[in-house]
Design a protein around this ligand. Sequence first.
Ligand SMILES: NC(=O)C1=CN([C@@H]2O[C@H](COP(=O)(O)OP(=O)(O)OC[C@H]3O[C@@H](n4cnc5c(N)ncnc54)[C@H](O)[C@@H]3O)[C@@H](O)[C@H]2O)[C@@H](O)CC1
Ligand SMILES: Nc1ncnc2c1ncn2[C@@H]1O[C@H](COP(=O)(O)OP(=O)(O)OP(=O)(O)O)[C@@H](O)[C@H]1O
Length: 407
Amino acid sequence: MMEKFLQQSMDTDEKFYRFEEQRLKIEDKRREAEHARELQMLQMLGQMLAGISSSVSQRSQSIPTSPPRRANHRSYADNFNYNAMTATLSPPIVIERSFSLHRTHTLKDMENIFQLVRNVIPPLTGKKHKGQDGRIGIVGGCREYTGAPYFAAITALKVGADLSHVFCTKDAATVIKSYSPELIVHPVLDSPNAIHEVEKWLPRLHSVVIGPGLGRDEVLLENAKGIIEKSKVKGIPIIIDADGLWLISQQPSLIQGYQRAILTPNYMEFSRLYEAMLRDPVDSSDHHGCVLRLSQAMGNLTVVQKGERDLISDGEKVLVCSHEGSSRRCGGQGDLLSGSLGVLAHWAFIAGAEKTNGQNPFLVAAFGACSLTRQSNHQAFQKFGRSMTASDMVSEVGTAFNKLFET
Ligand SMILES: NC(=O)C1=CN([C@@H]2O[C@H](COP(=O)(O)OP(=O)(O)OC[C@H]3O[C@@H](n4cnc5c(N)ncnc54)[C@H](O)[C@@H]3O)[C@@H](O)[C@H]2O)[C@@H](O)CC1
Ligand SMILES: Nc1ncnc2c1ncn2[C@@H]1O[C@H](COP(=O)(O)OP(=O)(O)OP(=O)(O)O)[C@@H](O)[C@H]1O
């Protein structure tokens, strides 16, 4: 009787997910068509303006052309045509100028980006069902590191995702479950068919965060590699952090050119990646240039270099997030960042070009996640000072989010 009931409930779940996937696909197609129409109109407008003003057309010649795109995958740009916009619009109208952030970005620039983050946040309505606001997967968690995947996964929920899955080793699973009943925990990462076990869930996930607490065990890294490859095939946004970045610094081609990926290196991780890709040490007098070059070398995927100021680049622009945090650097802060980015990347990705003003949605998402992490850090530090830990920051995520984005 019980088995029958369970089977029925699984069937219902299955049907629900299948239905939702179809609904999302239809919605994607509708948005793509809408964007294509808008782009066509903008291109016509651009051509008209170029014809009218010779000074404007001179300026348009100085727009840097997009670096060559790799043709071996269907890139994010194919969907949202972000590059087509920056390359063909002449002149690059106001939105472009207001986002060409240099060292001296203004408060107004910052406010503009905050507004774009607000735009992509889905409204809370009574009409939605569970899962619609985000199903996020975290790949990581092993015997040594159980906190990191927990911080990432719980932050994803607190930012507003509906479901947060952790794919970790058998050892780590019970521990992670004991931290929180809200997380769905799969003890599969060290199983012989780990890749297949995770692949089964990929159609239900909107984004995956690879690396928090993954460790550097050969078998786990190999499984993470397989999961990245399967996620790429499905076109899922991938956030790579911590030991996931270790893997990428060993095998950059694994993610190179996949523009739905966001890398979130700290100082050490950035240096490793930079040296692996550019064959040069990081130039400490030119942080902007370094993050720009790394993104370009990786095929224009989004790079978030964390630090005193977070630098975010897609190889064409560099955004700076220097939102006030604190001087406390306890472990786990980066995990909050990658978890929140998992949700924001999904929201920005499906929001469409009109919501992000034609800007790369992953830049907008990264700026949102950095600001949120720093604001949570700031609030927790106000309360706890030197004794502040990552858990204290997790407790602040809700109010930090409201303060930044819901006002
Ligand atoms: N509670 C947990 O389970 C936590 C687990 N974590 C996991 O621990 C694993 C290893 O991460 P690590 O960051 O230690 O590994 P790394 O090998 O990347 O870092 C090595 C060392 O670099 C140092 N470092 C960092 N920033 C630096 C800077 N600006 N200048 C000079 N040195 C700097 C750190 O102190 C660290 O000891 C990852 O899987 C990560 O997710 C961390 O996320 C922290 C919390
Ligand atoms: N010097 C700093 N001043 C202010 N904020 C900082 C500073 N360094 C890092 N941060 C912020 O802390 C967050 C996490 O960055 P950090 O460099 O601690 O990541 P990490 O080392 O990968 O973390 P984890 O311990 O989770 O592995 C980022 O949002 C970043 O903005």
